[in-house]
Design a protein around this ligand. Structure first.
Ligand SMILES: [Zn+2]
Length: 301
């Protein structure tokens, strides 16, 4: 007879049940990086019974495995998880990239303050921090205008009511509004950073799939475009779709026809860095010029 012993990895349905029950974080401290802990040890009984499992962060998991957290403390935390008590889940996304390029439905948004807007309201926007990492901001609503989540400069917080499912792993975040509907998925480990999902605002929405970006019930579609220092602003109130340049960075363009994404990506990074340097020196020169034009400081001897 075949050995029917369960795999160490719990089934997806058990994992999701445990995530929902725990409010998408460690039952003790709420951190959204977690393991699926067996309260009744897997070594003693081969099981994936959700009643005898819980979400714990690596630190608390280690304590539990070292018997430094009693079973009654674990059970208590499972019954009354941290995130359920506080009413939301939160975390930080880590992006390794030093150049802003976001892939949304095979459209590439390059540069600071690019993104997607509806009626001048930013749904997705990006900028760089002092260390040159991408900071992503997203306002995530559902089709009934309920706020599902806010990501501000990579820090995310789930809205109220809590999403149906949140999967988080240091540089990946997936938020589902209900079964099979991905409201938002960000993969910051891919090159470039990839964002997919349904971005709603006041009943209008951008649908960002793997292959295309489209807007509204008529699915105005965008594929293979490059928005360099420019953003898309959909204005259904005046039946208009605007591509707007981002002013502070000098040069903007919108292009089409990408054949080789890898080649383009490498080229863009070089160009972006050169452009940024050029922009930096231009600003520096202007500031020096300005300073020169100032009257010399009055020194009283
Ligand atoms: Zn913890």
């Amino acid at each position: 007879m075949l050995n029917q012993e369960p795999n160490r990895e719990p089934p997806d349905s058990v994992k999701r049940h445990l995530r929902q029950e725990a409010g998408f974080g460690c039952c003790i401290c709420g951190i959204p990086i977690y393991d699926y802990h067996h309260i009744i040890e897997f070594g003693k009984k081969k099981h994936h019974n959700p009643d005898d499992m819980m979400l714990l962060c690596p630190f608390h998991h280690r304590l539990a495995s070292a018997y430094a957290l009693s079973v009654s403390v674990q059970r208590e935390a499972k019954k009354n998880p941290y995130n359920i008590r506080q009413g939301y889940a939160e975390g930080v996304l880590y992006t390794p990239e030093k150049v802003i390029i976001i892939n949304m439905g095979q459209n590439f948004f390059v540069g600071e303050n690019t993104g997607l807007y509806i009626e001048d309201y930013p749904l997705v926007s990006v900028k760089l921090d002092n260390e040159g990492r991408i900071l992503l901001s997203v306002n995530l609503y559902d089709n009934a205008d309920n706020l599902l989540a806010i990501i501000e400069d990579n820090e995310w917080i789930s809205g109220d009511p809590m999403a149906w499912d949140i999967e988080f792993g240091i540089n990946k975040l997936t938020i589902r509004e209900k079964s099979r509907t991905i409201s938002l998925s960000i993969d910051a480990s891919s090159k470039p950073v990839e964002l997919k999902g349904h971005l709603w605002y006041k009943g209008h929405h951008f649908d960002v799939s793997k292959d295309q970006l489209s807007f509204g019930p008529t699915h105005v579609s965008f594929v293979g475009m490059v928005y360099y220092n420019a953003y898309i602003n959909a204005k259904p109130s005046i039946q208009s779709m605007q591509m707007q340049p981002v002013p502070p960075f000098g040069r903007s363009f919108i292009g089409a026809g990408l054949d080789n994404i890898d080649e383009w990506y490498d080229k863009t990074i070089v160009e972006y860095k050169a452009h940024k340097k050029e922009f930096f020196f231009k600003t520096l020169k202007e500031n020096i010029e300005k300073r020169r034009r100032l009257p010399p400081p009055f020194i009283q001897l």
